[in-house]
Design a protein around this ligand. Structure first.
Ligand SMILES: Cc1ncc(C[n+]2csc(CCOP(=O)(O)OP(=O)(O)O)c2C)c(N)n1
Ligand code: SF4
Length: 307
């Protein structure tokens, strides 16, 4: 296993030290929602001096229930495209008021990040705003009923890429957001998975200590859209890493590091077969997914200089 690029700040947060205080509670996410778990855990790491932004997507829909709100900290809904621009405005307000003990965090879905929110995110990274941007990636537009996003993987059945005689599911590759943000020379970026909770906690903690923009991309399965049982969220998130389709990585000061290096991949077909959205795939399509995985890992080996 390769060491992370930088060590997390002092007093590491782990299962023993994680606060019992809830900052995201009483929400109405579906049972087993990976996104809701990501929001809950991240806020426990960051604490009560945190201000959150939620664009349109499941986490705004399940976290704000008029007249109550499921957030125990200040939180607000932004426009769908505006997570990073609203965070930038908040960063300016914090500077103007001399507040340097607050965390500003956005939680946007994959559609809100890789499709509609990418321009504002790019601008915020360019200005190196001191914000934490979390993309919880459930691989589709879930809140509006599972439409394909730019991060939907090849072959997945969605309502806009239905599997049947005319279509074989999503036809294109998952847009590579990690490479897109690191190409900006961002201060800190990481990929993680809700199946690796300690890895997720470490990276949120690291992001909180960064003087500039931090981007965290967390794989957050959605039982409803993926066609898995509600108690399988963490297991399937781990399996995505074990079979090599998801990578746990960090980027800082121009350097990449892996925080977990699978010695040997588990079969991709096992991972795909467990999910309703992939059940229609033929052997040759599974082979195509395998080929993409191998290409990605060969790119990592050639360019990241960390294996
Ligand atoms: C400009 C705009 N277009 C469309 C919508 C409708 N809309 C609300 S939530 C959503 C899907 C969000 O998907 P994603 O960002 O992936 O988050 P998830 O729902 O999966 O949590 C859409 C299309 C909107 N609110 N604003
Ligand atoms: S649809 Fe999926 S992402 Fe949305 S609340 Fe339900 S489990 Fe979570």
């Amino acid at each position: 296993m390769t060491e992370p690029v930088s060590k997390a700040a002092a007093k590491p947060v782990n299962a023993r030290t994680l606060t019992e205080q809830e900052f995201f509670f009483g929400h109405k996410a579906c049972a087993g929602c990976g996104g809701a778990l990501a929001v809950r855990l991240a806020l426990k790491v960051l604490g009560e001096r945190t201000y959150a932004v939620l664009p349109a997507g499941c986490m705004s829909a399940v976290g704000f229930i008029y007249p109550q709100m499921a957030f125990g900290i200040n939180a607000m809904i932004s426009t769908f495209a505006g997570t990073a621009s609203m965070l930038s405005g908040m960063a300016a307000a914090a500077r103007a008021q001399g507040l340097n003990d607050v965390h500003l965090i956005g939680f946007a879905g994959d559609g809100g990040t890789a499709d509609i929110g990418i321009q504002a995110l790019s601008g915020a990274i360019d200005r190196n705003e001191k914000i934490i941007y979390v993309c919880y990636d459930n691989e589709a537009y879930m809140n509006t009923g599972t439409q394909k996003s730019g991060l939907t993987p090849f072959g997945a059945h969605t309502t806009t890429t239905p599997a049947g005689a005319m279509s074989r599911g999503a036809g294109n590759r998952k847009k590579n957001m990690f490479d897109i943000v690191t190409a900006h020379g961002i201060t800190y970026a990481a990929t993680t998975s809700i199946g690796h909770i300690q890895d997720f906690l470490n990276k949120i903690q690291r992001a909180a200590a960064v003087e500039g923009t931090a981007y965290i991309h967390v794989l957050a399965p959605c039982p409803t859209g993926w066609g898995i049982a509600t108690d399988q969220t963490l297991a399937i998130a781990r399996e995505a890493v074990d079979c090599g389709l998801w990578v746990l990585a960090e980027y800082e000061k121009g350097r990449y590091a892996l925080t977990k290096t699978p010695q040997q991949f588990t079969p991709i077909s096992d991972y795909l077969k467990k999910q309703g959205r992939f059940r229609h795939l033929l052997e040759k399509e599974v082979e195509e997914v395998e080929r993409e995985r191998d290409e990605r890992w060969s790119y990592i080996r050639r360019h990241w200089n960390c294996l």
